[in-house]
Design a protein around this ligand. Structure first.
Ligand code: WTA
Length: 662
């Protein structure tokens, strides 16, 4: 078969699998976006209808222009009107065992009061409020209260350091900071207020700090005239706050995300487009029903928490679980116990957690009756087939589809994912399958031309979609440069919405011969060995395929002849010991699974890897350690000791090598 005819055959096979209904939705959404999105947008409540569905001045898209709405009204008031007043909105559980439940009515009351608290403290429409809280209902209350009065929230993950918090407050010029006395992690109380104080010392825009009593800490330092206890303010607050009529194109929130440079980027999301996307993407991917119990294990400090805890589930009037604690504390079955107790039906988590539980052993899962589960989801990084199969088989009992959702902070919601709410295509472990309606993706080569099946290329998006971010906070130039300048339109690309512009995701991907999309990791983490490109995600997935490996990280190291050489860090599964033989075996394994080009030059056994708090391996840190350079911004590190560990491993090996060892 000639090359071209085999591509044609591949595409045809893909069409066979790519469900007809899904394809029809996709076609309609791009060929007639006005009609398509008008219908979808009607699922949320507008005070005033939009004049124009889309205004597209590349690379700036404005959705539902002229439309007026309020996010808090949509999340809460709209549900009270639908008769869901007494439905539980949140079942909350703290690590220490405390539980709370809030009905839609109770949550609505709290949000109204807190909105009035903010107003009284001088917060106005368009002002920024930074929220630095653990996973407690007050975090959602504060977000919705901001939305209610038209203030822009900027949630900062509660595990961030004072410096990281200060940077984010300063960039947003936030007026008010909402925090807590402390938080629980792994049985210990960690002070948050002292970190917040340290941050505010370097962040002069903050006028008021509101402090939730979460950990019952004694001697919390409170500055007179600046700091207030949440409870005391709430006692005096008026019960009702009229929701502010917001333009669809008014920013709802800023969320900072890290890029390749040290400075965090303030991703700005709109009100109307974002909410429509949060509503539609959740419906399409997970097909949630009124009696579902949804549990997304993300933290609200990240986009997954924003879209699929903070907004999406409320737009559907769902009941959800919110857990504030470590997943394996006090025992490795904490999550499974929660699923059993509440009868969770839809469970959405991350590959890193799945792999951790896999390592801890099946017996912890099997102790619990998880038969209520009907659908599972994964997010944040490519899920390796082994973890996918374990999740599907052991957690899902072989009966729940695994919805592998590919997306980014910038996309606002899922973009490539199986769509159980439209038509579930046959799943392939490790593939996020196909784009949702409205998402026009392509995988291109260096020249920006469509890549062939199985050829690794860059994932780009060719048309605006409602959930896309509006800009980077006060930095439209950086927005244009980072995301919209890498590829230029060319005649080989079929732009369905004009004028043409290309959004670059920064991710590698490929299509298989049936058109399924496989994500292959970040472009910025790529290693180039003797001119060959090797994705770190690809390498790591290969390592994880070895029976002894629990987790793996690979980074590039400058090499005088090959350009870059691969250095890998391996966490072994329990029951395996580091040895020279195992090292040789692993190298041979990589040569076998990817090819000799991927042979690691150095391989270190470590007991943990440095990770961001959202669970992504910080290759930057490993890279710096390996190269002996500076560590750069590691404010997102999960556990600083693992940097030390990585350093130690490198030093030990270097020494052994100098002494004529391995
Ligand atoms: C990666 C998280 C493969 C990807 C929602 C993306 C994934 C980055 C997947 C965004 C997935 C996320 N399969 N890779 N299902 N989901 N990624 O902004 O590299 O924290 O560009 O958003 O995570 O990370 P972010």
């Amino acid at each position: 078969m000639s090359e071209t005819s085999s591509i044609a055959a591949g595409i045809q096979a893909g069409e066979k699998y790519y469900g007809l209904k899904l394809r029809e939705f996709w076609r309609l959404s791009l060929e007639n976006p006005e009609a398509f999105w008008s219908e979808i947008a009607d699922n949320i409540v507008w005070f005033e209808k939009w004049d124009k569905v889309l205004e597209w001045n590349p690379p700036f898209a404005r959705w539902f222009v002229g439309g007026v709405l309020n996010a808090s009204y949509n999340a809460l008031d709209a549900n009270l009107k639908k008769g869901l007043k007494n439905k539980v909105a949140i079942f909350w559980e703290g690590e220490e065992g405390a539980t709370r439940s809030l009905t839609y009515y109770q949550l609505w009351k709290e949000v109204n009061k807190f909105a009035n608290v903010l107003k009284k403290l001088g917060v106005k429409r368009g002002d920024r409020v930074t929220i630095y809280l653990p996973m407690i209902p007050e975090l959602i209350i504060a977000m919705h209260a901001c939305a209610r009065i038209g203030a822009i929230h900027s949630v900062v993950f509660s595990g961030f350091s004072a410096m990281a918090l200060a940077d984010r407050i300063n960039d947003a010029e936030a007026k008010v900071l909402v925090t807590a006395d402390g938080m629980y992690r792994r049985g210990k109380v960690i002070s948050l207020k002292s970190t917040a104080d340290e941050a505010v010392n370097q962040a002069k825009s903050i006028e008021k700090i509101i402090v939730v009593k979460r950990a019952g800490m004694a001697d919390v330092p409170m500055t007179n005239g600046r700091d207030y206890w949440w409870d005391e303010l709430m006692k005096e607050a008026e019960p009702y706050c009229e929701p502010e009529p917001m333009q669809s194109t008014d920013p709802l929130f800023i969320l900072y995300t890290s890029g390749t440079t040290g400075k965090p980027k303030g991703v700005v999301h709109s009100t109307g487009g974002y909410l429509v996307w949060a509503w539609a993407s959740l419906k399409w991917a997970f097909d949630l029903q009124p009696d579902d119990i949804w549990w997304c294990t993300a933290d609200l400090g990240w986009i997954t928490g924003h879209s699929y805890i903070g907004y999406g589930p409320f737009l559907h009037g769902l009941t959800q679980i919110m857990y504030d604690g470590a997943p394996d504390y006090p025992a490795p079955d904490r999550w499974w116990e929660i699923i059993e107790r509440y009868g969770v039906t839809a469970f959405y988590t991350a590959p890193t957690a799945i792999r951790m539980f896999m390592k801890l052993g099946d017996e912890w899962v099997r102790k619990h009756d998880l038969s209520t589960l009907r659908i599972l989801g994964s997010v944040g990084e490519p899920i390796n087939p082994e973890a996918w199969k374990w999740f599907h088989g052991v957690v899902g009992g072989g009966r729940c589809p695994v919805i592998d959702t590919y997306w980014q902070t910038e996309t606002g919601g899922f973009v490539i994912t199986p769509a159980a709410g439209i038509e579930l295509v046959p799943l392939k472990p490790g593939s996020a399958t196909f784009p949702l309606p409205g998402i026009h993706v392509e995988i291109v080569n260096d020249n920006g031309e469509p890549a062939k099946p199985f050829e690794r290329g860059y994932l780009i998006i060719l048309a605006p979609w409602p959930g896309m971010f509006m800009t980077l906070w006060r930095d439209p130039e950086r927005y244009k440069e980072i995301y919209w300048s890498r590829f230029k339109p060319n005649e080989k690309l079929d732009f369905k919405i004009k004028p043409p512009a290309i959004y670059f995701t920064g991710d590698y991907a490929m299509k298989d011969d049936e058109g399924y999309i496989w994500m292959l990791g970040r472009v910025d983490d790529v290693i180039k060995v003797a001119g060959h490109r090797i994705g770190t995600a690809e390498l790591e997935s290969a390592f994880i395929g070895h029976p002894a490996v629990a987790e793996a990280a690979a980074v590039g190291k400058p090499h005088p002849i090959k350009g870059e050489a691969i250095v890998s860090f391996i966490v072994l599964k329990s029951g395996y010991e580091p040895s020279e033989d195992l090292k040789k075996d692993l190298v041979a394994w990589i040569r076998k699974t990817i090819g000799p080009v991927a042979t690691p030059d150095e391989l270190y056994f470590v007991s943990t890897l440095p990770k961001t708090r959202s669970g992504k391996i910080m290759r930057r840190v490993l890279k710096a350690v390996v190269a002996g350079g500076t560590l750069g911004d590691i404010s997102t590190l999960e556990d600083a000791t693992s940097v030390e560990e990585a350093k130690k491993a490198v030093e030990m090996l270097r020494k052994a090598m100098e002494e004529g060892g391995s």
